[in-house]
Design a protein around this ligand. Structure first.
Ligand SMILES: [Cu+2]
Length: 238
């Protein structure tokens, strides 16, 4: 019996050395999982080190298979990479990635604006009016506040109702100061607080595809939106 035990011990030492060789291949990575070097269970991986339940060999650390970001179709330029926290007019906590899957028409405004924003809002509505009903369901018109201190979800909701923009295709977002600034930078949208209640800002309506990639921008107030509408139709017609 003792002889058998010794043989098993020698065998396990040999196997341990063998798995050391395998280990060399794997690099030190923060996202590691463990797998049998013989792949007794195919691609199956374990969160913790240990020995293979089939061959009992020490499992080796391998790099975790990527989170399938590329399979999700999120490219480096997608706004869905931004991890900032937002609240909708319904006081729902979301990230931009939660908007994935629909064409997005986005504008940055603030509800107390008396000058440009009412016209930008009118431009958004004018664009929406030109889109056939069957395309609307694949669209999300998103109004992002540049004044998150004032524009609480309650206030945004009231604004939506006042402006008859409380249908499913309209979303209003309150962010954090830094999240709003970061998002504005992505849009090349400039804004600056010029008094306790007022901001100066650029007037840009941006169209993103369902993967969150910027496709088109129109700049100005009351500008001809034919091209914007054409881009939206192109993205939402199958
Ligand atoms: Cu304004």
């Amino acid at each position: 019996m003792k002889g058998l035990k010794n043989i098993l011990m020698v065998l396990s030492v040999v196997l341990a050395f063998q798995s050391c060789n395998f280990n060399k291949k794997s690099t030190v990575s923060s996202a590691e999982v463990y797998q049998c070097p013989m792949q007794c269970e195919g691609d199956k991986t374990y969160e913790k080190p240990g020995s293979c339940p089939v061959c009992n060999m020490a499992m080796q650390a391998i790099e975790k298979p990527s989170e399938k970001k590329s399979d999700d179709g999120i490219s480096e330029t997608s706004i869905f990479n931004l991890t900032s926290a937002w609240h909708t007019e319904e006081d729902e906590a979301i990230q931009l990635e939660d908007l994935k899957g629909k064409t997005l028409v986005m504008v940055m405004i603030y509800t107390s604006c008396k000058a440009a924003c009412p016209r930008l809002v009118a431009d958004m509505r004018h664009i929406e009016e030109q889109i056939p009903k069957e395309n609307i369901k694949d669209l999300n018109f998103v109004l992002v506040s540049i004044d998150p201190k004032t524009d609480t979800p309650e206030r945004l909701k009231a604004f939506a109702k006042e402006n008859l923009m409380d249908g499913d295709q309209w979303t209003f977002l309150q962010g954090t100061e830094s999240g709003v600034r970061e998002f504005a930078n992505v849009l090349a949208m400039k804004y600056k607080q010029i008094s306790p209640i007022d901001f100066s800002h650029s007037n840009i309506i941006s169209v993103f595809n369902p993967k969150g990639e910027l496709i088109h921008q129109q700049e100005g107030l009351g500008v001809d939106n034919k091209e914007t509408v054409a881009v939206i139709l192109n993205l939402t017609t199958k």
